[in-house]
Write a protein that binds this ligand. Structure first.
Ligand SMILES: *[C@@H]1O[C@H](CO)[C@@H](O)[C@H](O)[C@H]1NC(C)=O
Ligand SMILES: *[C@@H]1O[C@H](CO)[C@@H](O)[C@H](O)[C@H]1NC(C)=O
Ligand SMILES: *[C@@H]1O[C@H](CO)[C@@H](O)[C@H](O)[C@H]1NC(C)=O
Length: 218
């Protein structure tokens, strides 16, 4: 739930134990002057072995690293729950609604920038159950698109984490952020990416990625 760079601030705000979370993440960095306009895809829900602080999320971070706008698959109760929100302050916004999911489900997520809000939509593929929430974040300039595994007191014991049909749109004209390999934080993750294509129309870059798989710790 913490931003990947604002971790210490987030820990303080949440009054969490000052124990470092273990991070695995891939990050697409938009170049200066470019910002993300939407982020969508399908997340395949892995097996949850036990209750624990497993936060698995696709999310966006702004240029000032003031927080993270994320769709979090949360294992704390022992049953996966997924919901979207902005962590943690500046602005302080209520967390969005969500629902339980199980191993084998797929959830489509969509985060879209509007005139004053970003809108998150989550939908469980097996039942069609879905939620939609607005977050007053349009003043943020999101320049980082992240696929993260954030663990506290548990290990990566759920197998691979697969995202498919990923579409990221951005302003600007430089498409290299899409076609080059994402940043692999501390080279900690074995991953596979396939089917990348990019197009530009009316100053909007559309980056499509067939699959992003975080396979295992390295
Ligand atoms: C949704 O589920 C159906 C079958 O239940 C499957 O054919 C389809 O590919 C799934 N869609 C996504 C986006 O995973
Ligand atoms: C932004 O979200 C709020 C809260 O859901 C809503 O009342 C408002 O109409 C939204 N504004 C726009 C421009 O979508
Ligand atoms: C390019 O964008 C415009 C709207 O900005 C749209 O009408 C048009 O269909 C798009 N062209 C392609 C090839 O997607």
């Amino acid at each position: 739930m913490c931003s990947v760079l604002g971790l210490i601030v987030c820990l303080l705000l949440n009054f969490r134990p000052a124990r470092a979370a273990t991070w695995y993440f891939l990050r697409y960095n938009a170049p200066s002057g470019s910002q993300f306009l939407s982020f969508s895809g399908t997340m395949s829900i892995p097996t949850l072995k036990k209750a624990g602080t497993y936060y698995l999320w696709p999310g966006l971070q702004p240029t000032d690293n003031s927080g993270v706008y994320q769709n979090v698959l949360d294992g704390r109760s022992g049953t996966w729950w997924i919901g979207s929100g902005w962590c943690c302050s500046n602005p302080s916004l209520p967390w969005g609604s969500g629902f339980n999911v199980n191993a084998g489900d797929t959830v489509t997520f969509s985060n879209m920038k509007g005139s004053s809000n970003w809108t998150s939509t989550l939908k469980k593929n097996s039942t069609g159950e879905g939620v939609s929430n607005d977050f007053a974040l349009a003043s943020k300039s999101f320049n980082q698109a992240i696929f993260a595994i954030e663990l506290d007191g548990v290990s990566w014991d759920f197998g691979s984490l697969t995202f498919s049909n990923v579409v990221i749109t951005a302003s600007g004209a430089d498409t290299s952020w899409c076609t080059k390999a994402p940043e692999n934080y501390k080279s900690a993750t074995n991953y596979a990416i396939s089917g990348v294509s990019v197009s530009v129309n009316n100053s909007v870059i559309t980056c499509r990625i067939n699959s992003v798989i975080l396979q295992s710790p390295r």
